[in-house]
Design a protein around this ligand. Sequence first.
Ligand code: F6P
Length: 552
Amino acid sequence: MRPRGASADAWSDLSRQAERLRGTPTPSLFEADPARVERMSLDAAGLHLDFSKQAVDAAALDALWALARSAKVAAHLRQQFAGDPVNFTENRAALHLALRAPKDAVNPPGGPAIASDVHEVLDRIEAFVDRVRSGAWVGHTGDAITDVVNIGIGGSDLGPRMVCEALAESVRGPRPHFVSNVDATELVRVLSGLRPQTTLFVVTSKSFGTVETLANARTARAWLVEALGDQAAVARHFVAVSTAAERVSAFGIDTDNMFGFWSWVGGRYSLWSAVGLSIALALGMDRFRALLGGAHAMDEHVRVAPMESNAAAWMAMVGIWNSNALALPSQVIVPYAQALARVPAYLQQLEMESNGKSVCSDGEPTEHQTVPALWGDVGTNGQHAFFQMLHQGPQRLPVDFILPVRPSHDNDAQHRMLVANCLAQSEALMQGKSAGQVRVELGEQGLSGQALEDAVPHRVFSGSRPSTTILLPSVNAASLGALLALYEHKVYIQSVIWGINAFDQWGVELGKQLASVIERQLADGLSDGSAGSHDASTAHLMHRIQAAWQSD
Ligand code: F6P
């Protein structure tokens, strides 16, 4: 069953609710419903979520649940867990859920055969990780491995990079490094701090055909071979994570040193697979398993909790309310945790590569806005950058505040400041400050008359700016796993409401095709004929760049 999206009647009801609530200050919703916080907060897999600062009330929520029912969200979730081909343009399951189910799961997602494949690879990873971390796996010169460089991009980079940074305090094994960009600056900078004798490269690519990854891997291989003076060194310093054994072998990596996964793992959903190898190498297998365990706990919550108390359904439906009913154009993510600095970038791929679509499952254009642009940065840094716009810009932009209750250091005073800032921002966004309050404040500061009146409008905060607060007990492997799985489920539920496919990404292909043509033409030298195959702007830029190169 392909997602057909929510029904037209349910969308109309939702619009009516938005119209009814237009102009209603969010603080008044608290006065109207003393149990609002209780009704709009929930706990899931160790996380606490408070949606009460969203500009939605009980009747609007009812309309959202009706919308979800009309799109058959519950049935689609069951299909995903069962391993049905929910990626309908590629006729594949999306079974990343199976990657984090424990060995003894009674009904593992996708069935027991998939569970057994998953745990076989996990066991191989564990054995390899133990060898590297214990020093039993040595490099070509007999030295133990001190540094691991993951070479991959997109889903083969963002997840492991973000997790290793989030849990950096727990790194006891080799130091993790990440290289993704085809801009060699990144590789050059990483390699400049490393010794080839003690460096292990993990080339991570589902397809093993991604040009950026292969270019970086070739350069890294040349660096290693030149330094160690022996092509055979590659065998001890390169391992691969991929689904494409033939390409791995053609690159020169022994498939005995390849950790596989499967076509039913989408790139942006893959950190739970062997793609997490660098996480396991740096943090240890126990922590990697704890990450999987946290995600599985969220999967179980999402699988069994009824819609109205399902954390992922809340995340999804509140997002639909903001994007579709209120037409708010983007979603801001602000982790109040330096450790989670890369979470916004990770979620950009997860949400925008998944749901940045405008064609429904029947091939027709979508009638509704799909994923909003998603962006953000850590608090408190963001407060000194883009928060001005969040508080007083003409558009209301919903914010997800992500806050660990306990710090991963012992500076309690600074953690208290961090927490206070996070709570203060969401409070300020919702409560705002009226002209009356501003007048009183300015009067107290000694301002009066026209000077006071001139100052007032610039200091007013409209308020009613929506946010969700997600509390984590602390930034640890399990809570991080639960958080990421929460967003994954949100994304799928939203795709079902919009009637689109969350698991393909055809939109990345055209640019790749054109880049390979342009690269070849730049290498061969631009002729009138080759330039003529481009639009005038692109041809002009190619000529200009080539002229600069020729004058060097
Ligand atoms: O950007 C497109 C994409 O296919 C992503 O979906 C994927 O995560 C990334 O490229 C890397 O792909 P691969 O793991 O095959 O190298």
